[in-house]
Design a protein around this ligand. Structure first.
Ligand code: CA
Length: 234
């Protein structure tokens, strides 16, 4: 296979953990480069074409968040799985804001890291076209852009995440609780009324009915129903 194998970068300053990760990933058939501090990690991710990165956040010389932000700023879109401390929910929020694709909390089972990486790689491969469409609405997950009938619509990050989540689950009823769970971290106000406000604003901005209310259950993303009476449009 040689060069066609999937290339990964592991950035972790804990030598034992770095070794464990690297050997587990190599055993799984990946080609793995490793870095032990933020500067080295940043340099490698900036100059080598990796298919995915495992990035610790607490790193010497340069912290993981800043490394990730710098990569994203330079346009590197490879999936990044961050490693966070178990109880630091702020890490997760910062990590996602900085452009992480997923996280694993320490201490973790190696199997979980492998499974999450497989999912990220699969997603990245499937998103060669990174566009999800629902009727007139299309969302470009790579560019973070939303179009309605080809016209760009500006959304806040919360509205964008809400829409992206709904569109990743087209046709499935999503409860308010699930949306709250996805949009906010544990420590945020879990008032589901806020979700209604967000959905309301999102609908207004989109101007088309792709997010429908399912009474008592939540919401569903589906292409708008075409009016049966053609006279209605006139
Ligand atoms: Ca560390």
């Amino acid at each position: 296979m040689g060069d066609s194998r999937v290339r990964l970068l592991v950035v972790e300053d804990d030598k034992d953990l770095n070794r464990q990760l690297t050997s587990a990933l190599e055993l799984a058939g990946y080609v793995v480069d490793r870095a032990f501090d933020g500067e080295e990690g940043h340099f490698l991710g900036d100059t080598e074409p990796y298919d995915a990165v495992v990035l610790d956040l607490g790193l010497p010389k340069r912290d993981g968040i800043s490394v990730l932000e710098a990569w994203r700023k330079s346009g590197h879109r490879m999936p990044v799985l961050i490693l966070t401390a178990r109880d630091r929910w702020t890490d997760k929020v910062q990590g996602f804001d900085a452009g992480a694709d997923d996280y694993v909390a320490k201490p973790f089972h190696m199997e979980e890291v492998l499974a999450r990486l497989r999912a990220l790689l699969r997603r990245a491969a499937g998103h060669a076209s990174s566009e999800i469409s629902c009727g007139p609405v299309s969302l470009d997950t790579k560019a973070g852009r939303v179009l309605v009938d080809g016209n760009a619509v500006r959304l806040t990050s919360h509205e964008y995440r809400l829409l992206a989540y709904m569109l990743h689950h087209i046709g499935r009823v999503i409860s308010r609780g699930e949306l709250v769970e996805h949009l906010y971290d544990q420590d945020f106000d879990r008032d589901s009324n806020t979700i209604e406000v967000f959905v309301g604003r999102l609908r207004k901005k989109l101007g088309v009915d792709v997010i429908q209310t399912v009474r008592g259950l939540g919401y569903i993303a589906a292409p708008p129903i075409v009016p049966q009476n053609p006279g209605r449009a006139g």
